[in-house]
Design a protein around this ligand. Structure first.
Ligand code: ATP
Length: 318
């Protein structure tokens, strides 16, 4: 392969820049031309390409967000639009593509591969909701951001003897919530894996109120319930003064942790090596510390499953 493009697509995640830098450097060190594609698949369709040299990815490994910007572009599901994008790639001689994004972005990468353009997907999302990788790029940074927020909330929650509910991201995936809950010593974690049972939640908080606990922290994944409504119900039923907080987009920004930078860098190297071997339609994962690749079709047919023992261990720590 003589020329590769790299793009970021879907929601941004800290560490995407480290991945872009790794793709660029690995290419340049191998004598492969490399372009950054701005604005995800939208920019691919519009030919928004920037040729990278050794200086292009300077001073970005430590920055959150993505220098290439990201976009949602549902039009890319249309084969005609994808054909036009391939024409744009041909104009600059771009033969293959590294796509950094979530499962939606993987779908686009798969479709392009089926049309003759080899693509490799890298899991860029804070949610950790991609199957066949233990960690996604951005998860560790977001997790640390949440834990820092919970530490702050603990100070005030404890001073005022309150119950504090914190809603965190993850879409349908509970990994951010359960890991943050353990790391910050939460009383209760509610995710799609635990299920949502208001009576049980209230019972549990009543118990902690009855014991000599002066405050409680509850971590809950987004899209499960309205946390302000839950706070009202908890307060009415338990007597705990209760406040709800939604952490929101604060979780998406910030300097990537060392863990995310290393993961992103190694995955970027792997993506270029796979394209060099003439492979496409694959996505990169880290499984038991090893950087490996799986067919995108396989990964999209799997469901991300939470670590088997983590919820059990969390219960033992109450
Ligand atoms: P996140 O997990 O952060 O939401 P994502 O990659 O899943 O990231 P999506 O918005 O689902 O985010 O997908 C990103 C882009 O991928 C879409 O805007 C679209 O351009 C492209 N895409 C998604 N699904 C398909 C598909 N079935 N075929 C072709 N392209 C697709």
């Amino acid at each position: 392969v003589k020329c590769i493009g790299v793009l970021t697509s879907g929601g941004d995640a800290p560490g995407m820049n480290a991945a872009i830098r790794a793709v660029a450097r690995t290419c340049l060190n191998k004598g492969i031309e490399v372009y950054g594609v701005r604005l995800g698949y939208k920019g691919l369709h519009e030919g928004k390409f920037m040729k990278f040299d050794r200086h292009s990815t300077r001073n970005i490994i430590n920055n959150g967000g993505t220098i290439l910007k990201s976009a949602r572009f549902p039009e890319f599901k249309d084969p005609e639009i994808r054909k036009e994008a391939i024409e744009q790639m041909k104009k600059v001689g771009m033969e293959a593509l590294v796509v950094i994004g979530g499962d939606g972005s993987y779908n686009g990468a798969l479709k392009l591969t089926e049309m003759g353009v080899n693509c490799i997907g890298l899991p860029g999302t804070i949610d950790n909701d991609i199957p066949d990788t233990d960690f996604t790029i951005g998860f560790d940074t977001a997790l640390n951001t949440i834990v820092e927020a919970l530490d702050r909330l603990r100070d005030t929650s404890s001073s005022h003897q309150r119950c504090t509910i914190l809603e965190v991201m993850g879409r349908r995936c509970g990994d951010l919530a359960i890991n943050a809950g353990i790391a910050a010593g939460a009383e209760l974690v509610i995710t799609s894996d635990t299920g949502y049972d208001e009576d049980k939640i209230i019972e549990r908080l009543k118990q902690s109120k009855a014991s000599d606990k002066d405050h409680a922290i509850v971590v809950i994944t987004e899209h499960i319930t309205d946390v302000n409504e839950l706070a009202k119900k908890v307060e009415a039923a338990t007597g705990f003064e209760t406040r709800a907080n939604v952490l929101g987009h604060l979780q998406r920004g910030g300097r990537p942790t060392a863990r995310d930078r290393v993961l992103a860098s190694r995955m970027g190297v792997k993506a270029v090596e796979l394209l060099e071997e003439g492979k496409g339609g694959l996505c990169v994962g880290e499984v038991h510390g090893q950087i490996t690749a799986f067919p995108i079709t396989e990964v999209l047919s799997h469901k991300h499953v939470a670590d088997a023992g983590i919820y059990e261990d969390a219960k033992k720590l109450r």
